[in-house]
Design a protein around this ligand. Structure first.
Ligand code: PLP
Length: 444
């Protein structure tokens, strides 16, 4: 039936006829959220710490972690954790190049060097084998990103970390509520951090939170950007620094955000269950559609995608006569749904990670604090999979409600384009065009 349909991009009828309504609205704001925020406002309690500490405690209990520290954004939570872990001058930190910049850039302000590792093209997460290639005697930590809500291969990564005596940080900013083999992401490495900004799957407004079970990591994190909480420091080793924020940073979370987050913590499990049901239904409908294969855990596995943030599908242009992902996405969106080519631009292709001298060392910042004469060949990287991945993935709609008829229309939009790809081949000028962005946060 689809074979005879004219694509909306070429003047045909749109597949999706339903109004979006609240299908994509996020976060879902209830009376409870409004009351909690207004209460803080009316009490003049915006810069306090009581509600933030309550939020930290509830979140930590929810995932079974000992220490938690809320910050004014995810970037600050990650920076605090890095300092907590003792990352400093001359250290190397391994990170996937396919991620949002905040996963790694703050190592610069600690005097450390980022080293970029390759991804697994099936999960878009860091490839453990390539992590091992990147390890040197100066490696201090591995940053794992559970990218686009797919948990990374933590068993393999933790084994490598143990073998080489390096620490692991989990950036869970895409992965709130994801389970890796039944365990919450963010509880497996030495420390973890989550962005809570309003585009993410768990939203507090602007905010971030870090977790660890290690008292030293927690107390050092407090030292960096939480001078007003230095009273919580117990370890003698850390006490000598007490009084002023060591790094000169102030990372306290706004209590309008933590009050919102506290309410959100109570709603999230149920919302996540509905999202999971809706998204799996959509992916089921796309099974066996040529060219498009949503990335999700194997059925019946104990890996889950939590809130399905920024979910991507693998795109195989070869199955569609060489059609570019850009042209495919354009046609799918013309049908009235959400797609979008690519994901993030690889960080190692940005000048900040090659030549740029941020602090005036007289040499590129990425190598500024390495000893003279060190072999930096592993830093000058070519990462072929990461470099081509933006032409091999696209977005899928991020449904917040399980409404089968509406979801079926959106799936039909993808299927219609896949079935009629030949009509798009002639006018496909975009094959080599730049896709993805370093910093924009994108819909879907
Ligand atoms: C959003 C994000 C961050 C940074 O969080 P902010 O709250 O925006 O500072 C860090 N890492 C990843 C992977 C992210 O997507």
């Amino acid at each position: 039936m689809q074979e005879t349909q004219k694509l909306a991009l070429l003047g045909g009828q749109k597949t999706v006829t339903s109004e979006p309504g609240d299908m994509f609205t996020w976060p879902i704001i209830t009376q409870e959220h409004e009351d909690a925020v207004l209460k803080v406002l009316r009490a003049g309690n915006m810069s306090g710490m009581d509600i933030t500490k309550e939020f930290e405690k509830e979140y930590a209990e929810a995932i079974g972690m000992k220490y938690s520290l809320a910050c004014n954004n995810g970037t600050a939570a990650i920076h605090s954790a890095f300092y907590g872990m003792g990352i400093g001058v001359g250290d190397e930190v391994i990170c996937p190049s396919l991620t949002y910049w905040a996963s790694i850039i703050s190592v610069y302000s600690l005097g450390a060097t980022p080293v970029f590792a390759e991804i697994d093209p099936e999960t878009l997460c860091v490839d453990p084998a390539d992590i091992e290639r990147c390890i040197t005697p100066r490696t201090k930590a591995i940053v794992v990103v559970h990218y686009a809500a797919m948990p990374a291969d933590m068993d393999a990564i933790m084994a490598i970390a143990k073998k080489h005596g390096v620490m692991v940080f989990e950036d869970c900013s895409h992965a709130h509520g994801c389970l890796y083999k039944g365990k919450d992401v963010g509880t497996i490495g030495d420390a973890s951090g989550f962005s809570l900004m309003s585009g993410k799957s768990f939203v507090a407004g602007e905010g971030g939170i870090m977790f660890t079970n290690n008292q030293r990591i927690y107390e050092r994190a407090l030292l960096l950007g939480h001078y007003a909480r230095h009273g919580e420091i117990e370890l003698e080793e850390q006490k000598q620094w007490i009084g002023l924020p060591c790094g000169g940073y102030k990372y306290r979370m706004h209590q309008l955000s933590s009050a919102f987050g506290l309410v959100q913590l109570r709603h999230y499990p149920q919302q996540m269950a509905e999202i999971d049901k809706a998204m799996n239904y959509f992916c089921d409908l796309l099974e066996d559609t040529p060219g498009i294969n949503p990335i999700r855990p194997a059925k019946g596995s104990d890996i889950t995608k939590g809130g399905w943030y920024f979910s991507r599908a693998k795109y195989d242009g070869q199955a569609l006569g060489g059609l570019s992902v850009k042209r495919f996405s354009e046609a799918v969106e013309a049908e009235g749904t959400i797609c979008g080519p690519g994901c993030n631009k690889p960080l190692h292709t940005h000048v900040l990670f090659s030549e740029m001298d941020v602090y005036g060392h007289g040499k590129p910042t990425r190598i500024a604090n390495l000893p003279e004469g060190v072999d930096i060949s592993q830093l000058v990287c070519s990462l072929p999979i990461t470099e081509r991945i933006n032409t091999e993935v696209c977005g899928i709609p991020w449904f917040k409600h399980y409404r089968p008829e509406v979801i079926a229309q959106h799936a039909e939009a993808f299927k219609k384009v896949a079935a009629n790809y030949k009509d798009l081949l002639e006018d496909d000028p975009d094959k080599t065009q730049d896709i993805g962005g370093y910093s924009s946060f994108r819909r879907s």
